[in-house]
Design a protein around this ligand. Structure first.
Ligand code: HEC
Length: 106
């Protein structure tokens, strides 16, 4: 009985966290990374070269880092024409999904 209570408490904590912050959906990101793959090759996705064209590797970065970087490009705080264009087309949910996806890559 005690265990069940602890589980319920945990579940409500997780839900609270979800409401406060957008939760990235890794599955949803799989349709969105198509436009990133050309430049940010994904290690583990294919056994290809980990980096193409001197582009930073995203796999395994923390979700928060990726999210902050994309929002900074979108706002124009980070200057890079291509990434600004791409980030400008992403919604907050897209960014959360992509950040979750890349943070799970090894
Ligand atoms: C046309 C090539 C290209 C495409 C497509 C592209 N990127 Fe990038 N991206 C770059 C380059 C080049 C940089 C480094 C820019 C800089 O120096 O600020 C970069 C930087 C980043 C960074 C910052 C990484 C770091 O370590 O600071 C993130 C995060 C990122 N891209 C995410 C994405 C995501 C997500 C997508 C797909 C939605 C995407 N990029 C698509 C070329 C691309």
């Amino acid at each position: 009985m005690k265990k069940l209570f602890a589980l319920l408490a945990l579940a409500s904590v997780t839900q609270f966290a979800a409401a406060a912050d957008l939760v990235g959906n890794v599955k949803a990101a799989e349709n969105k990374v198509a436009m990133c793959i050309g430049c940010h090759a994904i290690p583990g996705y294919k056994t290809v070269y980990p980096e193409v064209y001197m582009v930073p590797m995203l796999g395994g970065q923390s979700a928060k880092y990726i999210e902050n970087a994309l929002k900074a490009y979108r706002k124009g705080d980070r200057k890079h024409k291509t990434m600004q264009g791409i980030a400008g087309s992403l919604s907050d949910q897209d960014i959360a999904d992509l950040a979750a996806y890349y943070s799970q890559q090894k």
